[in-house]
Design a protein around this ligand. Structure first.
Ligand code: MG
Ligand code: MG
Length: 632
């Protein structure tokens, strides 16, 4: 199976696009007429550029409003096609995509269209060219691949075939089993796109909201399985119209595109064993057994104020690294590592981002397999010199260039704390009752969210929840959750649209995306609040109006409402259970420590409370130049 992408999918001028597509490892490229018209050079130059970049031009498109026309429009359409055939000869591609007509003068009629295509096939054959017919979801008479296939079948010409496009078929919810009976040699190319489920005009949805397979909500895998069942094993080509992508980085979008296809075909291969030979094999998606640690990079002052806050939160200093300036804080199963080394990646990260959580350690089923799969998906593998007394812990680059480390129980990796750290004797009851990491929040620019969703979901056995909007007083923050199948991994991705939001401020002040939020679980949040108060902890102050509202909204027992109010605990409820949240004031440039208690299988993250929590956090952050609460 070979991969291709349409030039329209990414940003830049034609040279930039071709370079990015080639670097991401695609085999081919669809040349969009507009990219070619905007290019200051001959079709022959474009063809040469593509070949120099190691890319085959899979097709030239679009050719519109061809079939079913009355005269004189019909003859003119054939003349137009002949002109494009000449362009294709110069470009060096043999396939033209004709999309179903939207012309108000087209007459319809399956046999009329078939006759037109037969004649076009005759003309194409003289030049050794082929024509593929695609049903647009909003075509005037043909908007269903089954009708397009019937036209191609009746055209009965070897140079006329079908183009299948997952968006057009899935947007109209057309029965996918209808694809399985199409002969594979009549499918000239398969175009792929996903999209979020939004109820809107089909054309507008298609032109602005398509995204990479796996980034949206359409059953692209089932579509591709049906295609694979025909025996088709030629190009699969991304055709993504997306405003964000067209404004984004050509390189990053190309990498995402390639990743989406590799992941898609890995899923299809597992369902359609006949494909095995043409799709590279890799380990299946990896199960995550938990978040083993969070590591901060800091300077000595930052480490000191972080250490003070952690002590107040009931963390004990549990170990020191045998050879590095690295301290382990522990409570329950929560490990927080603070790295003040003056060299290596942590230090570079500190220099760029200031005190920040630059690494996450995940406990996975198989660390080595994780790296193999990550590499196959185009992730950047991280290498750092390993000291004689250290384990070589595999890692890849994640959000904001930070690290994701992998530990497993199969090897010595899970023993990292015993092997690399000198244990400091601690009093076992210094903790306040925090048990484990509930979730980690990563903040990023809104445009980056699809990339990182794809990153996590393609690598780990996870699902994504629908995107929700969180109202920050200064603008919207988009939030989407990734969960491991047994909830031992919960990640919230927050996309900031405005720099004035708390999330946007965090990105601006820490110079990039990263971990902003650590939520730790307890079985008794009221007991925790009491112990924290005894430690001198001052929680984030929640507005009294919030409690009046919550009490009324949920019909809370006045007693419970009072206990929430006194301890600044936020409350939420879903159909399964209850949720309690207690926040520390923001640390540094907006890092958030949260304590949560889930009762009775509550599945959410307290999203309805976010606006009140954010408002409280902003109240506590001082204007620039003034000391911040818990400032590093
Ligand atoms: Mg298409
Ligand atoms: Mg949270």
């Amino acid at each position: 199976m070979r991969t291709s992408i349409a030039t329209v999918s990414i940003a830049g001028d034609l040279a930039e696009k071709l370079a990015a597509i080639s670097a991401a490892g695609f085999d081919g490229v669809e040349i969009f007429e507009n990219d070619f018209l905007a290019f200051d050079g001959s079709p022959r130059d474009v063809g040469q550029m593509a070949r120099d970049a190691g890319l085959t031009i899979t097709l030239f498109q679009p050719f519109r409003d061809f079939e079913g026309l009355p005269e004189p429009q019909r003859s003119r359409a054939f003349d137009r096609a002949e002109r494009k055939f000449d362009v294709m000869q110069e470009l060096g591609t043999d396939l033209m995509l004709v999309c179903s007509s939207v012309s108000p003068v087209s007459l319809g009629g399956i046999d009329r269209a078939a006759a037109d295509f037969h004649e076009l096939g005759e003309r194409a054959a003289k030049q050794d060219l082929r024509v593929g017919y695609e049903a647009l979801a909003w075509g005037r008479h043909v908007n269903d691949h089954r009708d397009a296939w019937e036209i191609v079948r009746r055209a009965a010409h070897p140079n006329i075939g079908l183009v299948l496009d997952s968006f057009h078929t899935l947007a109209r919810k057309i029965d996918l089993s209808s694809i399985r009976s199409i002969p594979s040699d009549k499918i000239f190319i398969v175009q792929l796109a996903d999209a979020p489920l939004i109820d809107m005009d089909l054309l507008y949805w298609s032109r602005h909201f398509r995204n990479m397979p796996g980034e949206g909500d359409l059953p692209v895998r089932e579509f591709m399985q049906a295609v694979a069942a025909t025996g088709y094993d030629d190009y699969i080509s991304l055709e993504i119209f997306n405003d964000q992508f067209r404004g984004g980085s050509a390189k990053a979008i190309s990498v995402d595109g390639k990743r989406s296809l590799v992941w898609l075909m890995d899923q299809v291969r597992r369902e359609e064993p006949a494909l095995d030979a043409s799709v590279p094999s890799m380990p299946d998606r990896i199960g995550v057994e938990g978040i083993e640690f969070i590591e901060f990079a800091a300077n000595p002052e930052g480490a000191k104020s972080l250490g003070t806050l952690l002590a107040t939160l009931g963390f004990a200093e549990a170990g020191r690294h045998v050879s590095k300036d690295v301290t382990l804080y522990r409570q329950g199963e929560i490990n927080i590592v603070v790295n003040t080394e003056r060299q290596g990646f942590a230090h570079s990260s500190f220099v760029v981002h200031g005190t920040s959580a630059y690494a996450i350690g995940l406990k996975v089923e198989d660390a080595a397999a994780t790296v193999v799969r990550a590499e196959a998906l185009g992730a950047e593998i991280f290498h750092q010199r390993v000291g004689p007394d250290e384990l070589s812990i595999p890692a890849i680059r994640g959000v904001g260039g930070g690290l994701v480390y992998f530990l497993d129980g199969k090897t010595d990796l899970a023993k990292v704390w015993d092997i690399e750290f000198k244990v400091i004797a601690t009093t076992p009851d210094s903790g306040v009752g925090l048990t484990r990491i509930d979730h980690v929040g990563q903040t990023m620019f809104h445009e980056e969210m699809p990339s990182w969703l794809l990153f996590y979901v393609s690598l780990f056995r996870t699902t994504k929840t629908p995107m929700v909007d969180i109202v920050d007083p200064a603008g919207l923050v988009r939030s989407q959750v990734i969960e491991g199948l047994d909830k031992r991994l919960r990640l919230t991705l927050n996309g900031a649209e405005s720099r004035r939001t708390l999330a946007g401020h965090f990105i601006a002040e820490t110079f990039g995306s990263g971990v902003q939020h650590l939520a730790m679980a307890t079985d008794d949040i009221f007991a925790v609040a009491k112990k924290l108060a005894a430690n001198g902890f001052e929680p984030l102050q929640i507005s009294m109006n919030y409690y009046d509202d919550v009490e009324a909204r949920f019909g809370l027992d006045p007693d419970l409402a009072d206990r929430l109010r006194v301890s600044n605990i936020l409350y939420d409820r879903d159909d399964k259970g209850e949720f309690f949240q207690l926040y520390a004031p923001t640390f540094g440039e907006g890092f958030i420590f949260e304590i949560v208690e889930r009762r009775g299988g509550y599945a959410g993250y307290g999203a309805p409370n976010a606006p009140f929590r954010i408002a409280a956090q902003k109240r506590m952050m001082r204007p620039k130049g003034m000391p911040r609460v818990g400032s590093a």
